[in-house]
Design a protein around this ligand. Sequence first.
Ligand code: CA
Ligand code: CA
Ligand code: CA
Ligand code: CA
Length: 337
Amino acid sequence: ATATANELITVTAVDDPIVAINDGLITVDGINGALEFINVLDNDSLYGLPINSSDVVISYPTSPYFEFNSDGTVNVKPNTPGGNYAFTYQVCEKANPSNCGSAILNVFVEVPAIAIIKTATFNDIDNSGFANAGETITYNFKVTNTGNVPLSGIMITDLLPGIVVSGQPISLAVNESDEHTFSAVYTILQSDINNKSVTNQAIVKGSSSAKGVVVEDKSDYLNNLEDNPTVTALEGCLIKVFNAVSPNGDGDNDKFYIRGIECYPDNTVEIYNRWGVLVFEKDHYDNISNTFKGISEGRTTIKTSEGLPVGTYFYILKYKDSDAKQHESSGYLYLSN
Ligand SMILES: [Ca+2]
Ligand SMILES: [Ca+2]
Ligand SMILES: [Ca+2]
Ligand SMILES: [Ca+2]
């Protein structure tokens, strides 16, 4: 009777074996990893009932990126390469080792990534060929989804004080680029011209549509893989004297223009008439408020604030550069109406 009962149980086991069901496709975060993102036994059964992991032995393939636990849970390690993974596991009943089933765990490892390239265009508004304070730099941005999942909420920031960034948040599909949504404008300061360049870097951020993982990238001026700031060279400190002055208010040569003198505030301009009499003298000549417009001015000039007669004058320009080295140049100045 006992033997018959045992036979019956064996027959029952064959009729209700372990049923292992495939798992997935499950998306996991390959950047940060995840602990126990699935229990492969949850949808499996033993004799028609949920499996208690202590009743079975699970065997898995090996993987450098995944950890398979004896209770059926699975971990994915941080920095796991993106892509699809398939693992066949086998589950066998401890009490009856020939009672086994197998199924496949399918995992998609998402690795969101983003890259930004920032390029600069100097806008020489007065077409002088040189940078002047108040002129601008326009920045263009190319943003690319370099990861393996769609990204949304993509925005850029730029820490350069005074820069104005425009563009609303965007989404990008895998491998998609956008180079029209975002732009920025920066107004050049005299200090930038003195520094001979403007250097800045933007940061782009976006989040994966599936897992909400936020990724960011610092801009490069050339390619997606590097993080070199964008440097805009500004040439505006080369002195050139424009020695024709016609202060008639027509907007042409109305003042004695010394291009680049703004870079060297430690300067003096002296103007002499043909008899060698000092008729104009200014420190900190700047082409704007401290400038010669055909009016006699200065500490030692006899008649101040008086219009000077047309004719040939002589100027002496002295300035110190950023290394405190003294420079001097002189020449004729032609004053007309
Ligand atoms: Ca399963
Ligand atoms: Ca200019
Ligand atoms: Ca970069
Ligand atoms: Ca004029």
